[in-house]
Design a protein around this ligand. Sequence first.
Ligand SMILES: Nc1ncnc2c1ncn2[C@@H]1O[C@H](COP(=O)(O)OP(=O)(O)O)[C@@H](O)[C@H]1O
Ligand SMILES: Nc1ccn([C@@H]2O[C@H](COP(=O)(O)OP(=O)(O)O)[C@@H](O)[C@H]2O)c(=O)n1
Length: 231
Amino acid sequence: METAARTAPAAVIVAIDGPSGTGKSSTSKAVAAKLGLSYLDTGAQYRAITWWMLTNGIDVTDPVAIADAAGKPVIVSGTDPSAPTITVDGIDASGPIRTQEVTSKVSAVSAVPEVRTLITELQRSIAKGAALGIVVEGRDIGTTVLPDADLKIFLTASPEARAARRSGELKGADVSATREALLKRDAADSSRKTSPLAKADDAVEVDTSDLTLEQVIECVVTLVEGKRAAK
Ligand SMILES: Nc1ncnc2c1ncn2[C@@H]1O[C@H](COP(=O)(O)OP(=O)(O)O)[C@@H](O)[C@H]1O
Ligand SMILES: Nc1ccn([C@@H]2O[C@H](COP(=O)(O)OP(=O)(O)O)[C@@H](O)[C@H]2O)c(=O)n1
């Protein structure tokens, strides 16, 4: 009789990177749910450490203060794509990490090398523990966190499409102000020295500007299934 271990599909690791509003979270969650994989939102982890710094009086304009405090918060990510969670020191942080204040400060905190080292280790251990595989989304997953991922996707979209999507979520937010804020964050994330936002050489680039979310999901599911079949 065949053992479960022999018949179970090999774990598949999928890295999805790209700037804000390109569809990383929606696509990654849906692909993971459809294929029975775990899901990790690495942006939520950088937001969580930023929120902890802000609520604990750390000066987020001072990289030395950020580096000194980086090891203190305990960040735990739940990886069920239908109900992802994030806690900091046991407190649910899923709401507070989405505030405008955190969004405007997260690039400065995430640029500090000590922060990146700690969060990258956490991400690798979560990916290693995902028995059936995982979809990990962020900015540096294909280049730095999981350079041996089975499949790397880099999502792009025009600043106009991204701003329209984000201001739709922020109910009534001004599209041009949202566009400027997105571009400012892209510039900071792309220009930092340690693991900047970048497309890995072997990533598949998908421009989502004129695609529906369903089309993007279908495209990525097809690519993952192809990789799984080849394993
Ligand atoms: N291809 C698409 N077409 C239209 N809206 C989209 C598309 N992809 C994502 N969205 C919407 O845009 C918003 C931002 O998507 P999200 O997945 O959070 O992007 P990211 O994680 O890259 O910042 C969400 O409201 C989402 O439903
Ligand atoms: N792998 C990652 C993921 C996010 N980040 C940082 O975290 C911020 C928030 O990421 P996010 O994915 O939640 O942002 P949105 O795309 O949801 O706006 C980014 O702007 C980066 O500064 C990072 O540096 N590396």
